[in-house]
Design a protein around this ligand. Structure first.
Ligand code: ASP
Length: 443
């Protein structure tokens, strides 16, 4: 028998109907023994997430304004779920304790954590699983990072061989004080639980069909990615593709545990499966591009100096200058005697001219120029490396469609081909790549 750790996000727990969907998912697979839950999210557009309301209560107390009206909204949400599902667990004393705690100016992180806490209590009752407070196993170190060893050991001891529901999003500091993760942190709790218990898979149930092959605000109805490696995912996330909390990848990746993103509202769909490596046996969707991502808001500093290629220290000197200004150089496409530095425009707003002046002084280049309003588009795909001519095809396709490529570089291990285009061409470039290489499957 196997073990699946399943994390359900806020929209999967927004009301009794969503709770029922969760139950049928859990009951459909006997291996789904460990469940991590978020606090109830929005039921409809314009609705509030319970966590937001909890923060709002805390802010009201801070400003000396009555929070009762907001707390009533929270209490109503939980009471409604409880009564709609006919649950026995009495959450009255918990709600009283939380209300009283907020009134007495309880710590903000404790207040924020109570959404997950109550959500898990109700879900445990509904599923007939044991409730396990995250305070009993998710431990932080004094420096605020998760103490993995402690946490893994504690969870293993408490949950081994059991069926449990545990709240996401928080744990405790060494003295026992509740500490929350950053927003969306239940994803991290799920990953830690999967790693602690060496699960066969970490299922992250949400309200989207998986990681999409392109940004849906640019490409209409992009397909979900079926299979992707952790390394590819990192490339896509770096350029803004958002589905998971960034901290949720490491714990499972380290232990070689597959991460499966699934849609609670479409449980028959396979979602996106993220693996350390993918072999031909794992299946193939016929696309050599796994996904397309990109971002606007870059500036490119280009430094040209004849003979620079034979100066082993030239690049070092340039990077020392950017580092001194705390500027992260995201890509460094270079050629003979020419180096380009791709930097975030917003992060260099205050330091750009000083950086240019210092490069000028230290390097005495023949030419130095800045190209602003640039965007980066990356075609990510582990299979590209085996396909000769891929980059040529990508450049040709963009060129034929009138997109001027201003810069070309490659990501690590030839996992992606990265092009710099003007911001005005950004959306078009993404659409062209998607339509050509994914929709029409030209390979
Ligand atoms: N409820 C928390 C939030 O809204 C954590 C989570 O849902 O993962 O950020």
């Amino acid at each position: 028998m196997g073990l699946k750790v399943c994390k359900f996000g806020g929209s999967s727990l927004s009301d009794a109907e969503q709770f029922k969907k969760v139950k049928s998912i859990i009951e459909a697979d006997n291996d789904r023994k460990v469940v991590v839950v978020s606090a109830p999210g929005k039921r409809f557009k314009g609705d509030h997430k319970v966590t937001d309301l909890l923060y709002l209560c805390s802010a009201h107390v801070e400003y000396g304004v009555s929070f009762d009206y907001i707390f009533d909204l929270i209490a109503d949400r939980f009471n409604e779920i409880r009564s709609d599902l006919g649950l026995q667990t009495d959450i009255g004393p918990d709600l009283d304790e939380i209300r009283a705690g907020i009134g007495k100016g309880a710590d903000k992180e404790w207040i924020a954590s109570r959404g997950e806490y109550l959500s898990a209590k109700l879900m445990a009752d509904f599923l007939g699983y044991e409730f396990l407070d995250a305070a009993l196993w998710l431990k932080f170190k004094y420096d605020g990072t998760v103490d993995e060893e402690e946490s893994y050991g504690s969870l293993y001891a408490a949950a081994e061989g059991k069926r449990i529901v545990t709240p996401g999003f928080f744990g405790v500091m060494p003295g026992g004080k509740v500490k929350t993760l950053t927003r969306g942190g239940s994803d991290v709790t799920g990953a830690l639980a999967a790693a602690a218990l060496e699960a066969d898979v970490y299922e992250n149930w949400t309200d989207v069909p998986g990681i999409l092959m392109a940004d849906p605000s640019i490409v209409p109805n992009p397909k979900p990615i079926k299979l992707i490696t952790y390394a590819e995912l990192r490339e896509l996330s770096f350029l803004g593709a958002k589905v998971l909390h960034a901290g949720s990848v490491m714990p499972v990746r380290e232990k070689n545990i597959p991460l499966n993103i699934r849609d609670t509202n479409a449980p028959s769909q396979p979602g996106t499966l993220i693996l350390n490596s993918i072999s031909d046996d794992d299946g193939d969707d016929g696309n050599f591009i796994t996904g397309i991502a990109g971002k606007k808001g870059y500036s490119v500093i280009t430094v040209l100096k004849s003979g620079m290629s034979s100066d082993p220290e030239a690049l070092l000197k340039i990077l020392e200058i950017t580092a001194a200004h705390n500027v992260n150089v995201e890509y460094i496409p270079s050629g003979i005697d020419i180096v380009s530095l791709v930097v975030s425009a917003s992060k260099t707003e205050d330091s750009l001219y000083s950086i240019l002046a210092e490069i000028q002084k230290v390097l005495k280049p023949d030419n130095i120029k800045v190209t602003e309003h640039m965007a980066i588009v990356a075609a990510v795909g582990r299979k590209m490396v085996y396909k000769p001519g891929t980059s040529g095809k990508i450049f040709a396709t963009l060129g034929e469609n009138g997109v001027n490529i201003r810069m070309i570089t490659q990501g690590p291990e030839e996992l992606d081909i990265i092009v710099g285009v003007e911001e005005k061409d950004f959306e078009q470039a993404v659409r062209i790549l998607y339509n050509t290489f994914i929709k029409e499957k030209i390979s």
